[in-house]
Unconditional design. Structure first.
Length: 440
């Protein structure tokens, strides 16, 4: 346990007066409703590593916090000692437009990164939720992929290298700062999706992409989920190479003005097309033809000037960003892409009041369930997950009831390997103990 006054003095003696220690202002650094005894704001990865080492020597525990946008994720945290705040670790440290790479500090807000890249006609190709507040490090630690992975690959595919701070005070680098490299193991990819339980992501080297020269968005209305899923499967399997597509039930579509049709469709398929003018037109026409063949009742066209804002609103429907975390429970379920319809039907059966959005290319279904409807244990859904080897997790739940919302782990989850990885990278066990899958 931390003894606040002597300990904070020791921190400043070792790290210097510029290092920010917040012993008297911890409420604003709460994570998941739990207030730490101490909050630390390092300015460099080296400072972060030194601070972590001192905390570890005190046999204390530490939770890493970016903007706090993912702090509602179950399980409910037990008391912890310190928060390592990354808000001072920010900025684009290096950008090579010609190489399509950039190195960025992990506490940099995603919107700051995108703003800087757009000045050079580029972007980090990930449409993550909580875009207004999420940090680069938090996005990677939570593996918060968006629908643009269909065109550009998942987050893991777009991270070239990473500098991390470990619990023994070591600053380690894995990967490379160039696109083509075969040097060493891709150890850094283990930190993507680790939820801050292995160490602090300090700096990240990423691949960036040119902005599409032009864009269009197709919005197709369907009377049933089967037809919409059939269109999504056909478009994804075609050589059209669209940027992304998402699927929405009537309730989620109503949250985005551009998705609301004149009629009241039960399901809406949104297809984002982009590239050169000719390529964008070919994508749109090809997708429209597939939608007509699969029974779309209406097809609308959103022009270039409306696409970015509309898609930003669409992206917030996945992961809980558009919902009050105190009145909604957010679940994410993943199946093979061909089973998206079956998975969505199982979710609807167990949670009739759920608002459903899906990324059919990845087989991901996001269910935003009103708290009153989510309280009953969805036993049939968990049985279907076990029978089909689907995965499920809760992304958000009210702070006082998070112990109720723990999805069962699939039988094939490599827990022994996960524990060995945790023991190897965090042998002292100080990083958010119990915060990963299975209570690791």
């Amino acid at each position: 346990m931390l003894a606040s006054t002597p300990f904070t003095v020791a921190l400043r003696d070792v790290l210097g007066e510029r290092f920010r220690v917040h012993p008297d202002d911890c409420a604003r650094f709460a994570v998941g409703g739990v207030q730490p005894k101490l909050a630390l704001s390092p300015r460099t990865v080296a400072e972060a590593a030194a601070a972590v080492k001192i905390v570890a020597d005190e046999r204390a525990t530490v939770v890493i916090r970016g903007s706090g946008s993912k702090s509602n994720r179950p399980p409910r945290r037990a008391d912890f000692d310190a928060v390592l705040d990354t808000s001072e670790l920010r900025g684009v440290l290096d950008h090579k437009p010609g190489d399509l790479t950039a190195t960025v500090a992990a506490g940099t807000p995603m919107h700051d990164l995108q703003f800087e890249l757009r000045r050079h006609g580029q972007h980090f190709p990930s449409d993550v939720p909580f875009a207004a507040t999420a940090t680069v490090g938090g996005t990677l630690a939570s593996n918060a992929n968006g629908a643009l992975r269909q065109r550009y690959g998942a987050l893991r595919d777009n991270v070239l290298g990473m500098r991390v701070a470990l619990s023994d005070g070591l600053v380690a680098f894995s990967g490379a700062k160039v696109v083509k490299s075969v040097a060493g193991y891709d150890t850094h990819k283990a930190f993507i999706g680790s939820r801050g339980t292995l160490g602090l992501i300090g700096e990240v080297t990423i691949k960036v992409a040119p902005l599409p020269a032009t864009q269009r968005m197709l919005v197709a209305s369907y009377a049933d989920c089967a037809g919409a899923c059939a269109a999504a499967t056909a478009i994804s399997a075609s050589p059209l190479f669209v940027l992304a597509l998402t699927l929405h039930d009537q309730r989620t579509a109503a949250r985005v003005a551009a998705l609301r049709g004149s009629a009241a469709p039960v399901w809406t398929l949104a297809v984002r097309c982009g590239g050169s003018r000719a390529a964008t037109g070919a994508q749109f026409d090809g997708a429209a033809a597939i939608c007509k063949e699969t029974g779309a009742s209406a097809i609308r066209d959103l022009p270039d000037e409306l696409v970015d804002q509309t898609w930003a609103d669409v992206a917030e429907l996945a992961g809980g960003a558009a919902y009050d975390p105190q009145t909604y429970v957010i679940a994410k379920l993943v199946a093979p892409p061909a089973q998206t319809f079956t998975l969505a039907a199982a979710v609807r059966t167990s949670w009739p009041e759920a608002e459903i959005t899906a990324h059919p290319y990845a087989g991901a279904v996001f269910a935003s369930v009103p708290l009153a409807s989510a309280s009953a244990d969805p036993a049939m859904l968990w049985q279907a997950c076990a029978a089909n080897q689907w995965t499920a997790e809760y992304l958000s739940a009210p702070a006082t009831r998070r112990e109720e919302f723990i999805a069962p782990l699939p039988a094939h989850t490599p827990m022994k390997l996960q524990r060995r990885l945790k023991a190897a990278l965090d042998p002292s066990g100080i990083f958010d103990p119990g915060g990963f899958l299975g209570g690791i």
